[in-house]
Every structure is written in structure tokens, then in C-alpha cells.
Design a protein around this ligand. Structure first.
Ligand code: ATR
Length: 265
């Protein structure tokens, strides 16, 4: 029986086991996918278990997407560019770190027929997920990518790596077609970004990477302003789809049944 894990901390709320185990059943794959809560010191051991063939594949979530990199043998070009690994596989005993978040973000937008080409995109937050979003937006030919982070130095560091982005001071909301919450604010229902989007106009897209809770205060604010809203559920489903395909050579479907499965209980 093949074994797969999502490693992180906290990781209890991850929906990856639910989704991958559903797809195993659907595709008659004899494998099991579980959660593994670890701390920084366990990373080395987990990777060596992959090398020994005790683990067949790993998804990585917060806060290890970057810190796991030195323990891996190789990175795929996209993982290297994003400096972020969320999927690990073993190819001929070489442990390879990959990133399927970039593709997940792109396919999530395709799913709702949102075309980024020529659009101005405003990103809030310069944490772990921001580089994957920046790379996806660049690939999809956004005309402008503006990044704003509470701690300005982190946004400045990001501009050193992705010089084509523009920076905005925290609280200075520049004109946009789509605004993305890539901060961790909203994970708790009562969390609120104390920002004023009043000048942004209507018919924009408010996109939150967070999918649990389903509607963050940020999305509710967007809705109130007459804009379209979207949470990170589809991005999550599509990053899982690509990880699954990488491990099993089968592309599972992301359909209504799957999206329903990911609804919060
Ligand atoms: P990390 O910074 O370790 O990568 P993360 O969860 O990936 O962690 O990122 C958290 C993001 O949410 C950061 O952009 C963080 O901003 P800071 O760099 O200023 O810390 C942002 N964030 C968290 N709490 C916030 C708050 N109350 N207001 C605004 N931004 C916040």
C-alpha cells in the first residue's frame, strides 16, 4: 500500500487527505493519504523516509514550504523560481521538490473564466504564498502586479527577486481590476484587514486565497462594494490535481462533486 502525507504545523484542518483519498477510491489506486504534524527538526527524518521508500509522496503546507528546500536533492524549475515546495516525489531515488500552487492558482481562475491578460492586480501580503501567485499572474500576462505588505521590507525583498512587480505602501490601495488577499488575515472568522477599498469601484474581482472560512470579511467587503468574489477552494483543488497527476500519472477530475466534498462541514 503506497503512503502519502501532508506535512505542516498546524495541519489538522488540511483537506488534502479527504481529496486524495477520494481520488484513490475513484481511480482504484491502492494507497492511503494522511496528515503528519511535524516540527522543523523532523523534516530531515521525513525526507529520509521518502528516500528509504517508506513514504511515496509528500505535500508540504505552512510553515515548511521554504524551509524544506535544503533537505531535497533537486527542485523543479518552477519550485526554484517560487522558492516554495508543496509537492515532493521520488524519481529514481532522487527526492524532487515541486510547486503545484502556481498552476493551481492559474487553473482556479480558468475554472471561473477570469482572464488576467492586461489586468491590474493588487496583492496584499508578501508571505509564503505570494511568489506562487506572482509567477502565475506573470505567466497569465497581467499588465501590472502591485504588491503591498504590512512589513514593507518583506515586499522590498520580493521585488529584488521579481523586479517586474510594483510596490505600494500598506493602506495605499492603488487602482486594480483584481485584488488578492494573500495574508493570513481571515483564517479566524473575526479577523479583519483594516483597509479601505471604498475607492476601488464595483465590478472588480476580490479573491481570497483562504477557503476556510468560505467567506472572509475581505470577501464580504468586496461583495458589499458590488464586486465578484472568489475564495481559494479551486486553487486548492487544482494544486492537488497536479500533485496527484505527478504521483500517479492520472489526472483526476475537479468537478462539482469534488468542490462539494471540499465544503466545510
Ligand atoms: P510568513 O510571513 O512566515 O511567510 P505567511 O503566513 O505565509 O507567513 O504570511 C503571512 C502574511 O500575512 C504576511 O504577509 C503578513 O504580513 P507581515 O509580513 O507584515 O507579517 C501578513 N499578515 C499577518 N497578519 C497580518 C495583519 N494583522 N495585518 C496585515 N498583514 C498581516
Amino acid at each position: 500500500m503506497k503512503k502519502f502525507y501532508v506535512i505542516g504545523n498546524p495541519v489538522d484542518h488540511s483537506l488534502s487527505p479527504k481529496l486524495h483519498n477520494y481520488w484513490f477510491k475513484k481511480n482504484n489506486i491502492k494507497a492511503v493519504y494522511n496528515i503528519k504534524k511535524i516540527n522543523e527538526l523532523d523534516i530531515k527524518k521525513v525526507v529520509s523516509e521518502m528516500k528509504d521508500g517508506k513514504i511515496d509522496g509528500i505535500n508540504v503546507t505552512v510553515p515548511f514550504k521554504k524551509s524544506i528546500i535544503p533537505f531535497l536533492d533537486e527542485l523543479t524549475p518552477i519550485a526554484n523560481e517560487a522558492r516554495s515546495v508543496n509537492t515532493i516525489y521520488n524519481k529514481d531515488n532522487i527526492i524532487i521538490g515541486d510547486n503545484t500552487d502556481v498552476s493551481g492558482f492559474e487553473h482556479g481562475l480558468n475554472h471561473i473564466d477570469y482572464n488576467v491578460t492586461g489586468k491590474k492586480i493588487f496583492i496584499l501580503g508578501a508571505g509564503g504564498v505570494a511568489p506562487s501567485i506572482i509567477l502565475a499572474l506573470k505567466k497569465m500576462s497581467a499588465s501590472k502586479i502591485i504588491l503591498s505588505n504590512r512589513t514593507k521590507e518583506k515586499a522590498e525583498d520580493m521585488k529584488k527577486i521579481y523586479p517586474y512587480i510594483e510596490l505600494a505602501d500598506w493602506g495605499d490601495i492603488k487602482p486594480f481590476d483584481m485584488i488578492i488577499n494573500a495574508t493570513s488575515v481571515g483564517l479566524k472568522v473575526e479577523d479583519e484587514l483594516k483597509l479601505n477599498f471604498g475607492q476601488s469601484g464595483s465590478n472588480k474581482l476580490f479573491y481570497d486565497v483562504i477557503y476556510n472560512p468560505k467567506k472572509t470579511k475581505f470577501l464580504l467587503q468586496g461583495k458589499k462594494l458590488g464586486s465578484q468574489t472568489e475564495n481559494g477552494k479551486k486553487m486548492f483543488a487544482y494544486q492537488a490535481q497536479l500533485a496527484f497527476e505527478t504521483w500517479h500519472g492520472i489526472k483526476p477530475s475537479v468537478d462539482e462533486r469534488v468542490l462539494q466534498l471540499l465544503e466545510n462541514d
